[in-house]
Ligand binder design. Structure first.
Ligand code: CTP
Length: 398
């Protein structure tokens, strides 16, 4: 982990903590400018290793810190990457330990990832953009910048991404890119069917599994659209999210995106019925003690519609359904797979998983069943993405 000079160094302390907590070993290298913003003492305490700042550091027995430091590394993450550092990297300059180390790293097996941080004018300056393009062309990954208030008082692009976003980007970087070039459409969460302007019917789906699937698909290199019912979960980075309320809204959003979709994963708990007519005004008690009489109509089955829609030969769409059951999981999931007309159906026991961070899945396809044992929803989502990739012929074992 490298720090060059910038106010964003205050976020690097938190990033280092998150990396250590996630199980990484972190070797920190700081430029002199970075030491104006954050002390090596803090970074040493958080990383639990002495920090390096100079290419003349005599602690390295061969006096070659710039070589030794990257030989054991899985990746070099520079956060913050200043405009000055990127200019140096673009030119191959190597007059301090950090730039020297980047140049001397074994580029074929130690990827370089940059988290730029600077004032918005500096970021959009043609010289900086030229340097960003050059370092990318030379193989570095530029993780992008955030938008918002800057330490200088201006507002715009150039903020360093937040520590958690950087951690997620780094983790995503290491996931197998088995869905590169695929367009994945995911539905998630419950739907809400209005009775009147203040009431409606919905269900206990938290959306967590669907959001994890969207994240895992993006990590695998896909372009991902997530059609989400009413849930208050953060949008996975790099995922295009469309918020909807009702089943009909969800159908409209899905239909609009279907033409470019190659993989459709329906994780949402769509309400089976909706009130036939939502009242335009709040339904009041009429004093009779009788509840109002509500009529319901069935919602369209979004998954079945997509799975069974006519498509030309050149337009393959792989559809994956979910089934939240309370009992007889295998039999119910197998029957549901047939009924929906999908090649793969993922069964789970709803009451065991609603709102929780873990789950257990049963994959049902033409060949039979396969259990994915209890694990975090994100781990299961990654395994499911690998299974889907194998089935569409883009996976590691396909
Ligand atoms: N689904 C859908 N549209 C609906 C109902 C369900 O797209 N109107 C999708 C879900 O997103 C899920 C799958 O179909 O992928 C199965 O959903 P589920 O509610 O378990 O199945 P139902 O068809 O509603 O069957 P039942 O309630 O009878 O178990």
């Amino acid at each position: 982990m490298g720090l060059s000079g910038g106010v964003a160094c205050y976020k690097s302390a938190e990033l280092c903590r998150l990396l250590i907590k996630a199980g990484a070993s972190v070797q920190v290298v700081m430029t002199q400018a970075a030491e104006q913003f954050m002390t090596p003492v803090t970074m040493q305490a958080l990383s639990q290793r002495p920090v390096y700042g100079s290419q003349w550091d005599r602690r390295a027995s061969n006096n070659m810190a710039h070589i030794n430091l990257t030989r054991e590394a899985d990746a070099c993450l520079i956060a913050p990457a200043s405009a000055d550092l990127m200019a140096k990297l673009a030119q191959g300059q190597a007059d301090d330990l950090l730039s020297l180390m980047c140049l001397a790293r074994p580029a074929d097996r130690v990827p370089l990832l940059l988290a730029p941080a600077m004032n918005r004018e500096m970021w959009q300056h043609p010289a900086t953009q030229r340097n960003v393009a050059q370092v990318q062309a030379d193989g570095a990954g530029v993780l992008g910048v955030g938008h918002g208030d800057q330490a200088c008082g201006e507002t715009g692009d150039g903020r360093m991404l937040e520590p958690l976003e950087l951690l997620d980007e780094l983790i995503a970087f290491f996931q197998p890119k088995v869905l590169t070039g695929q367009h994945v459409l995911v539905t998630a969460g419950p739907t809400y069917e209005a009775i009147d302007p203040v009431r409606g019917i919905t269900n206990l789906s938290s959306g967590k599994m669907g959001f994890a699937v969207a994240r895992a698909a993006r990590e695998a290199g896909a372009t991902v659209t997530l059609v989400a019912g009413p849930v208050s979960l953060p949008t996975p980075r790099g995922v295009n999210r469309i918020n909807v309320k009702s089943a009909l809204d969800m159908l409209a959003a899905v239909t609009a995106h279907e033409p470019q979709t190659t993989v459709f994963i329906a994780t949402s708990a769509v309400a089976d019925w909706r009130p036939a007519q939502a009242s335009a005004s709040k339904i009041k008690k009429d004093g009779s003690g009788q509840p109002p009489e509500l009529q319901f109509v069935e919602n369209p089955d979004i998954l079945a519609m997509l799975a069974q829609s006519e498509r030309g030969e050149s337009r393959a769409l792989y559809c994956v359904g979910f089934a939240a059951e309370s009992h007889d999981l295998t039999a119910n999931a197998q029957a549901k797979r047939q009924r929906k007309g999908v090649p793969l159906l993922v069964g789970n026991i709803g009451p065991d998983t609603f709102g929780q961070d873990d789950n257990a899945l049963l994959l049902v396809d033409e060949a039979g069943t396969r259990e994915l044992s209890r694990d975090s929803k994100l781990s299961l989502a990654r395994k499911l993405i690998a299974e889907i990739a194998n089935r569409i012929g883009t996976g590691e074992s396909s």
